[in-house]
Design a protein around this ligand. Sequence first.
Ligand code: 13P
Ligand code: SF4
Length: 307
Amino acid sequence: MQFNEIQKQIIKLKKETDTVILAHTYQNPEITEIADFVGDSFVLAKYAKEVKAKRIIMCGVRFMGETVKILSPDKEVIMPTAEALCPMAEMIDPKDIVAFKEKNPDYSVVCYINTTAETKAVCDVCVTSSSAIRIVKSMNKDKILFVPDKNLGSFVQKAFPEKDIVVMDGYCPVHNDLTAEQVKEAKEKYPAALFTVHPEAPAEVVELADHVGSTSAIIEFIKNNPDKQIIIGTESGVYNNLIKTDKNPDRLIQLSPDIMVCEDMKKITLESVLSIFTENTGFEINLPEKLRKQALVSIENMLTYGD
Ligand code: 13P
Ligand code: SF4
């Protein structure tokens, strides 16, 4: 691979300083190219636990850095900027969950991994988009509060019509903007194409999909269907990275490219990564130990229930 000058400096400096760079799959290729590991939020956190290096730079949004810190408290976890937040994770106030639990003590609280440490700390089980259905099934509970994503929540509700699942009204501003009309238009233009979508999209969009899955599941689906034209209904980073490696990149179609951009993910730049080394910038994730331990419970339960 041909690296540019900034990339070369970062690669040299990370080796010299025992630093590992993790990047979420929504990052631009210039960032994923310098990362030691690229993946979805949960895979990144699991990988971080195995990493020998003492310092981790997390190229993603804040909750991803927090998840790494919750699982690996002895490591120094640095975000290139404090500004990269997931708007959906910020939509929920943990006090609302506590108030709900006080009024409804017989409900279990399931939270999406896209939540702050404070929210995870007051929930029972954490899930990812790929494990939500499997975990809700194995929990064997009839009354559930699902936070914060209304779309992933309604996807889970549909899978268990017999359960009482209350869903909060958070959403991902990127995926929630997709419409059934946009999908129908794309399908008309590419009639042979399969359509894959993230469950953070609204129900009427998900209904039109040939495949629904998390970021990693979408990538796997695309790789497992190398001869198919595929319309991709998730954040543009997935498409931008795949067209660099796919044998036949023209077969890949980004649905609604203008809106499928997570501005927060794109706040990570090569310059912001480099200046962690050269100017000691960046935002270190530090969680009070009591909060970390409380948040860890919901993540450990996720592992117990089978992610
Ligand atoms: P993953 O958990 O699949 O990485 O998704 C994170 C996310 O922000 C989806 O929009
Ligand atoms: Fe959050 Fe959506 Fe961005 Fe994912 S794509 S980090 S859910 S705002």
